[in-house]
Design a protein around this ligand. Structure first.
Ligand SMILES: Cc1ncc(COP(=O)(O)O)c(C=O)c1O
Length: 493
């Protein structure tokens, strides 16, 4: 153990310290906080970080309207008393009605099937804790939400078993089912051979970072796989309503949202609704991340009870539940909101993907969530080194490209952090404010062009570090030193 900087200060626990090795994405985001953020008027050269943050900035005036109306009915003093620990009955009833309207569950969800925590992040930790004992395993098809590893392992001490499906679309399309299940079986067998007791599969639907929904057939096959091996199936459906009709490059219709709650029982395959759980929340579809509300929807009484027992650690705040109960109980507001949001989501996607097409940035068609998975593998050639997360402290080529783009004023999350096995992929969020997404695409395109042209000028194909310094001189301007300072911090991580 090294010096903690103050010999009088006692060390945290080993498990606490182990967590410092996880959550690289949080470290990177913190390092970038020192850089002036982009503002079209005050800081037009500032860094655009919205491509990295899954925030929903598409509906500010509607949120303002609901907040104003609620404010007229609510006494702030009511927020000061302790409220319900895991959701007042009125809210749970309204949420169950919402789920019954929009998720098409195989049988109606009752308010007693729901437990609320302060956000889905807490819920992931809570469910992992109550499904797995320390050292047991949970399977995750990859690429996946970049915080799962942290959220699942930080306190529960379980093991993540990534399942890589190649090409990535085969995870979602009916046509790719047999390939996907083969990848699941292989990963499961390997984990069991290495002595891991596997307890669950966690999927993210629509997938973050790919922006695609699972077809009903894919979900049914995953449920059967879980049934065969007696595993829980957990589906993080936090972006359930963030979707729109769209097609792939061949004109084929992309799948829309199907909840795992709609999967019927299939006794012969061991599929029981008690072992299939959905996670939902207010942060994404409803752009209300500040309320900190996450909903576990489970038909498994024992799981519900074990979660309820530790819900004191994720106690809700009175204000959040009062506001959300008021909002979600009003079908008219909810439908007005979702219609507007989904229309704007599609528009934002079309605008951003058109900009990508115009600039020749390859990407996978998406119709769910707030993101597009872009493919910058063609530009890795300008960097030296190897691919995949590095064990030796060196940066992968993908990380070097990420750092280079930060210097050029854009931060998008590396595929590596989402356990993507295809180097050079980045998650690009297009639901930022105003025209930020399109400006960010332009900045990425210019940065990539500079890489290409600076190599041509020098006639040197061997290294990017020299190219970088040449390219940097071209247009980084005043903010370079600030970016560099942040990058140095990022370097130390
Ligand atoms: C797939 C997914 N699950 C969960 C979360 C966390 O949500 P919450 O704000 O409810 O903690 C996020 C946040 O980005 C997410 O993308």
């Amino acid at each position: 153990m090294g010096d903690n900087g103050d010999s009088r200060a006692l060390w945290p626990s080993q498990r606490g310290l182990d967590n410092l090795q996880r959550g690289r994405q949080m470290d990177i985001s913190q390092a970038l906080e020192d850089i002036t953020p982009y503002d079209p008027v005050k800081a037009p050269h500032g860094i655009i970080t919205s491509p990295s943050a899954a925030d929903n900035e598409l509906v500010p005036e509607l949120l303002e309207k609901y907040a104003q109306r609620f404010g007229r009915t609510y006494q702030l003093k009511d927020a000061l008393g302790y409220g319900s620990v895991a959701g007042p009955e009125a809210m749970l009833k309204a949420v169950s009605q919402f789920i019954n309207r929009k998720f098409e569950p195989v049988r109606p969800i009752k308010h007693k099937d729901i437990l609320t925590t302060n956000g889905v992040t807490s819920l992931i930790d809570m469910v992992a804790y109550n499904i797995c004992d320390s050292g047991e395993g949970i399977m995750l098809p990859t690429p996946t939400y970049s915080m799962y590893e942290h959220d699942l392992c930080a306190r529960s001490g379980l093991k993540v078993i990534p399942v890589s499906v190649c090409p990535v679309e085969d995870q979602f399309r009916s046509e790719g089912c047999s390939k996907m299940i083969a990848a699941f079986s292989e990963a499961y067998d390997k984990a069991v051979e290495s002595g891991i007791v596997v307890k669950a599969v966690l999927i993210c639907n629509p997938n973050n970072p790919v922006g695609r929904f699972y077809s009903r057939k894919s979900l049914t096959e995953i449920a059967r796989f879980c049934g065969k091996h007696r595993l829980h199936l957990i589906s993080d459906e936090i972006f359930a309503m963030s979707g729109f009709e769209s097609t792939d490059r061949n004109g084929g219709k992309l799948d829309n949202f199907t909840s795992v709650l709609s999967i019927p029982e299939d006794k012969e395959s061991g599929v029981f609704t008690e072992n299939i759980h959905s996670l939902y929340g207010a942060s994404k579809d409803f752009a209300m991340g500040g309320l900190r509300l996450g909903f576990l929807i489970t038909r498994n009484k024992q799981l519900w009870q074990t979660c309820r027992r530790i819900a004191l650690f994720t106690w809700l705040t009175s204000f959040s539940t009062a506001f959300f109960t008021w909002f979600i109980s009003n079908d008219k507001f909810v439908d007005e909101y979702l219609n507007t949001f989904q229309r704007r989501l599609k528009q934002a996607y079309l605008k951003t993907s058109e900009a990508m097409d115009k600039h020749g940035i390859p990407y996978l068609q998406a119709n769910g969530g707030f993101f597009i998975f872009i493919d910058l593998s063609g530009w890795l050639q300008y960097f030296e080194g190897t691919d995949g997360p590095q064990q030796d402290g060196k940066q992968s080529r993908e990380e070097q490209l990420c750092r280079y783009m930060i210097k050029k004023g854009v931060y998008a999350i590396m595929g590596e952090l989402s356990m993507s096995t295809e180097p050079g992929r980045f998650r690009f969020v297009y639901t930022g404010r105003g025209n930020e997404a399109v400006i960010a695409v332009g900045r990425i395109a210019n940065a990539l062009k500079e890489l290409h042209y600076s190599e041509k000028e020098s006639g040197d194909t061997s290294t990017c570090n020299s190219e970088l310094s040449k390219a940097d001189k071209i247009s980084v301007g005043k903010l370079t030193s600030r970016f560099s300072r942040a990058l140095q911090k990022f370097n130390c991580i």
